[in-house]
Design a protein around this ligand. Structure first.
Ligand SMILES: CC(C)(COP(=O)(O)OP(=O)(O)OC[C@H]1O[C@@H](n2cnc3c(N)ncnc32)[C@H](O)[C@@H]1OP(=O)(O)O)[C@@H](O)C(=O)NCCC(=O)NCCS
Length: 196
């Protein structure tokens, strides 16, 4: 479930983080695994519509990985991963980036509303970095954060040893074109694509 955003940050983080939960980790006990079509039956229907499943089908068909957190018979948290070279943030027109070698992509994270704020996304993030590193050979993950989520995410993920590095700020200009501001000019891991 991608969040609408008129100001979006492209960030990267290293996939080299300790996988063991810290002593202070008190997130609910969830099994993290890679999902497939057979797991659609465990997706809570009260929070997902037919269009979600159509998207999920397409993503699996494109070879993306679906990291799911399973509690009992239900998926309570998930995220999507791939290592293609081009990514975009669909709700900010023109927000398209090319990823460098060794940079993977994580997106569309979701946690069940009843379990939010208990650390599931943080645990899932650690697991997804492991998947990007081991399945796709990526040293970095790139992700989009909408402005209002960046600070909380940075603080939360730091507790698991994940350091979020902002690379680009993207805003919708008055001409309704994406405007890109580099926040780390030396970094070449992501480059905006010309929106012409
Ligand atoms: C964003 C979301 C995935 C966080 O899941 P969660 O399991 O509640 O996250 P955790 O319990 O591990 O961590 C909560 C912290 O994550 C922070 N956070 C907010 N957005 C975040 C994001 N996109 N990624 C990671 N952490 C995020 C919160 O600020 C909070 O910080 P705090 O504990 O310092 O207050 C969940 O709220 C959700 O599904 N929201 C709707 C969909 C969405 O916005 N997805 C993200 C954009 S793709």
């Amino acid at each position: 479930m991608i969040v609408l955003g008129r100001e979006v940050y492209v960030c990267k983080c290293s996939t080299d983080v300790p996988r063991e939960p810290s002593a202070s980790d008190a997130s609910p006990n969830v099994e993290w695994t890679l999902g497939n079509r057979d797991d659609f039956a465990m997706v809570p229907l009260e929070h997902h519509e037919d269009a979600h499943f159509a998207d999920f089908e397409e993503r699996l068909g494109r070879g993306e990985e679906w990291l799911i957190g399973v509690m009992g018979e239900k998926i309570v948290s998930y995220t999507w991963l791939h290592a293609r070279s081009h990514v975009s943030y669909p709700y900010l027109p023109g927000c398209k980036f090319k990823l460098g070698q060794g940079v993977g992509y994580g997106y569309d994270a979701w946690t069940h509303p009843d379990l939010r704020g208990e650390g599931l996304r943080r645990r899932g993030f650690v697991e997804e970095l492991h998947v990007l590193r081991t399945s796709f050979g990526c040293e970095w993950e790139a992700s989009f954060f909408v402005k209002h989520q960046l600070e909380g995410a940075t603080r939360s993920l730091a507790k698991a040893g994940i350091r979020i590095v902002p690379l680009w700020r993207v805003r919708l200009g008055e001409n309704r074109k994406a405007q890109f501001e580099s926040l780390a000019p030396e970094d070449r891991s992501t480059e905006p694509m010309d929106s012409e």
